[in-house]
Design a protein around this ligand. Structure first.
Ligand SMILES: [Zn+2]
Length: 142
């Protein structure tokens, strides 16, 4: 059935198919395609986000989970074992942040397990043993 354009009054044939029947002719209301003479879509203006300077690799390695993990591995002489490497990688991922709570928990759990495996059988730091002995002695004396 022919319809009349609500804009220019020209009769036109609405296309059959789903959707609302068009009320204007194709000249007044071009289909949803972009016209060739239309100005190009401008990219979104860059938002001026203030970015914090990225921490240097050195400071990341010294502080946080990576530093603590590396220290324990180094003290046990296990920093270059496969388990040690995995533990360090996990620690780095942990330090990177941006995890969901469950992701963080999974990472921490995995790091603990890997670190335990890496340190398995390693001699305990003598100063730690001394400290424990001292504490025990203090407790007995009290
Ligand atoms: Zn029209």
């Amino acid at each position: 059935m022919e319809r009349e354009c609500s804009n220019c009054g020209k009769p036109f044939m609405p296309k059959p198919g789903p959707g609302r029947p068009r009320r204007r002719c194709e000249e007044c209301r071009p289909p949803e395609k972009r016209r060739a003479d239309a100005p190009p879509l401008s990219p979104p203006a860059p938002t001026n986000v203030h970015r914090l300077p990225a921490p240097s690799a050195e400071s990341v390695a010294r502080a946080g989970p990576v530093g603590a993990t590396l220290e324990r591995l180094t003290n046990a002489g296990r920093e270059s074992t496969p388990e040690g490497e995995i533990a360090l990688t996990l620690a780095a991922a942990l330090a990177e942040g941006g995890h969901t709570a469950s992701g963080l928990a999974a990472l921490a759990k995995e790091l603990r397990a890997t670190l335990a495996a890496a340190l398995e059988g390693a001699p305990v730091e003598p100063d730690l043993v001394d400290e424990l002995k001292e504490r025990r002695a203090r407790r007995r004396g009290a």
